[in-house]
Design a protein around this ligand. Structure first.
Ligand code: PMP
Length: 408
């Protein structure tokens, strides 16, 4: 057994590092019954303590066994626009060459999109210097940690995007969890004057995941003003589905970074493009860190696709509207069944079933070929997060839910 140490054990999806055991033998104490689905993984003794102790983020399942109606990872049910496909095809001729390390085409297209759609004028107008491009907004979020938070303490909600604590662990950033209120809304009093003095940064997901609840821009600005000495990150992965973006006020607030993705409202989850929008000095800091790590985080096809997606506003508006309409219809359907549905400004619903537990409904839907997301965590384990798909997919979902409830 030399050369390896038993250190990572997966218990029903939870990973931990058994620091007491090293280099030989199976960790008997941690050994549980087969039913508890413990997997034993051999890990190299050469791993750093940091790597060996990580609890990586677990993304929603991308199944390979059969075709499912996939309502578990908040992907867009519609294909990318024809303009995007054309841009990708044209760019393939240039793949011999490295991409533009500054992803200028995306920065120009994103700035133009916001200047036009938010009618930005004067110093509010965005330029390329206000935009940073990364390999998905997950990577953009990751870059924020060494750029702004290294050695500092930050704060975020107890129920929010579960990647935040994972980045905090990877980049050795400490954090406080701020409990959401009973109705999953954020406690404005706490965020405006009630935070511990040593907190240097705040992460807010707006609309929040997995709840779908949105914070109005006026409240975001109140938080920014009340925390002028703290960097505030607003993760707007789902903002296009009905919330207000803070992209138009980044030049008014030196402490604001907005992150967005092209994975949801712009159909490019498979391309991996995300952006940060902020005042120029903050973007310069992000670029310094990125260029100390990998000059080419966005590849040629991703740059071409993302720029075209920002330019094709008609397709973006049409598909976004369809998803929002479907969301409202499905909300009504669930409510007719007595389910509690949180008001959603995102492309997913966070529902609490009646007559069946969330865990059972999750399993029975899966058996019928429909994947949704269940988080077995305190406060949210009675709910399912369900991505809004096409109307046909949602009709199939509702038909299955009704069938399952009849059987209960
Ligand atoms: N933020 C939130 C809140 C998300 O749900 C996701 C998607 N899992 C992301 C960021 C990252 O999206 P991507 O890396 O595809 O841009």
């Amino acid at each position: 057994m030399t050369g390896f140490r038993p250190c990572i054990i997966v218990t029903a999806g939870k990973m931990y590092y058994d620091k007491r055991k090293s280099f030989s033998g199976y960790p008997e104490k941690k050994q549980k019954s087969r039913e508890e689905r413990i997997e034993y993984i051999m890990a190299s003794e050469f791993l750093s303590d940091l790597a060996a102790g990580l609890e990586p983020y677990v993304p929603g399942e991308q199944p390979k066994d059969k075709k499912y109606i996939k309502l578990n990872t908040n992907e867009n049910p519609y294909p990318p626009s024809a303009e995007v496909i054309r841009a990708i095809e044209e760019e393939t001729a240039n793949l011999r060459l490295y991409p533009d390390p500054d992803a200028t085409a995306v920065r120009t297209a994103a700035a133009e999109y916001y200047n036009d759609t938010l009618n930005l004028a004067g110093t509010d107008r965005l330029t390329e210097d206000n935009i940073f491009v990364g390999n998905g907004s997950d990577e953009v979020l990751a870059f924020l940690f060494p750029t702004f938070f290294k050695g500092k303490k930050i704060a975020f909600a107890d129920i929010t995007y579960s990647f935040y604590p994972v980045y905090a662990a990877l980049f050795e950033v400490s954090y406080d969890l701020l409990p959401l209120k009973e109705d999953f809304s954020l406690d404005m009093e706490q965020y405006c004057g009630g935070l511990a003095g040593d907190i240097r940064g705040i992460l807010i997901c707006n609309p929040n995941a997995p709840t779908g609840r949105a914070l109005p821009l006026a409240d975001v600005e109140r938080i920014l003003d009340a925390n002028s000495g703290r960097l505030v990150v607003v993760d707007e992965a789902y903002v296009d589905f009905g919330a207000e973006t803070a992209a138009g006020v980044v030049n008014r607030h030196e402490n604001l970074v907005v992150t967005q993705t092209l994975s949801k409202s712009r159909q490019l989850a498979g391309m991996r493009v995300g952006i940060a929008i902020a005042s120029a000095p903050l973007i310069a800091g992000l670029n310094a860190v990125k260029n100390s790590f990998n000059s080419y985080t966005a590849d040629r096809l991703a740059i071409a696709a993302a720029a075209a997606a920002f330019r094709d506003r008609e397709y973006f508006e049409t598909t976004k509207r369809k998803i929002m309409e479907t969301r409202e219809l499905v909300t009504k359907e669930f409510r007719k069944l007595g389910f509690d549905v949180l008001p959603s400004a995102a492309n997913f619903l966070f529902v609490e079933p009646v007559g069946i537990s969330a865990a059972d409904l999750f399993g029975k839907l899966r058996e019928r070929g429909i994947l949704v997301r269940y988080f077995p965590k305190p406060r949210i384990d009675r709910r399912l997060r369900i991505t809004v798909g096409t109307q046909e997919e949602m009709d199939a979902l509702m038909a299955s839910v009704r069938e399952i409830l009849k059987e209960c």
